[in-house]
Ligand binder design. Structure first.
Ligand code: CTP
Ligand code: MG
Length: 229
């Protein structure tokens, strides 16, 4: 299974002056935790990290410190996540039939989650890890008035990994570029092309580190996991 890690963001909502994936989380850059989980997954055999070229020296330093056994390539990212993944897809080895895409910012995903996504992907064209939402979600109009309250039992919070048949996802990306679709994840492209996307049980702790609070929560979860006070 081939893995692409989008890591080319700016981390604006983190309010830091550099890519949030380079911030320290319990003694390691955030991205190192993501890579170590991928390294421990039996399903993953190749890792592509999609980043901005100005971050490559830092990425190389991380790779030097954690020395992975799997082949790793650095791929030039784009201005949006969608563009970054597009570039990643072009950089996959020719023989790649299936791809998992996992946000670098989801540094607490377990190797087990990569494994289950990788296994299930062999049986369907597209999947995403997701969990049922805990909050009641409101649809709100431009005047800050509620328009609707969707039935919570049908609402799921999308996570990554997301996995796809490479050829199908490439076609969806091409169509999206042609028709100028703007999406925040790859499943949305699949949906727009009327292709089925299966839900796989995600993990409650698989949060996307987005704001400073998330970083504090991630540290708490890691400390619990590793038995550090
Ligand atoms: N990402 C990417 N290329 C971009 C934008 C985002 O590869 N042009 C990646 C991020 O590095 C991250 C993932 O997509 O791993 C999810 O994006 P997000 O959490 O929004 O990260 P940022 O875009 O860095 O954060 P922000 O939106 O707050 O600037
Ligand atoms: Mg972003």
């Amino acid at each position: 299974m081939y893995l692409l890690i989008p890591a080319a963001g700016l981390g604006k909502r983190m309010g830091s002056d550099r890519n949030k994936l380079l911030l320290n989380l319990l003694g390691k850059p955030l991205l190192a935790w993501t890579l170590l989980a991928a390294e421990s997954s039996h399903q993953i055999r190749w890792i592509g990290i999609i980043g901005q070229s100005y971050d490559f020296p830092d990425f190389k330093e991380i790779l030097g410190t954690i020395s992975l056994t799997k082949p790793v390539v650095l791929i030039q990212g784009g201005d949006t996540r969608q563009e970054s993944v597009y570039n990643g897809l072009q950089a996959l080895p020719k023989e790649a039939k299936f791809v998992l895409i996992h946000d670098g910012a989801r540094c607490l995903a377990t190797p087990n989650l990569f494994d289950s996504c990788g296994e299930i992907l062999l049986t369907c064209p597209g999947l995403i890890a997701a969990i049922p939402v805990k909050d009641t979600i409101k649809i709100v109009n431009n005047n800050n008035l509620i328009e609707a309250t969707p039935n919570r039992s049908q609402l799921w919070a999308a996570q990554t990994p997301q996995g796809f048949e490479v050829k199908l996802l490439k076609d969806c990306h091409e169509k999206g570029r042609e028709l100028e679709w703007e999406v925040t994840d790859d499943a949305a492209l699949f949906e727009k092309c009327q292709l089925p996307v299966k839900i796989v049980a995600g993990e409650e702790t698989n949060l996307k580190v987005t704001t400073p609070v998330d970083l504090a929560i991630a540290e708490f979860i890691l400390r619990q996991r590793l038995g550090i006070n």
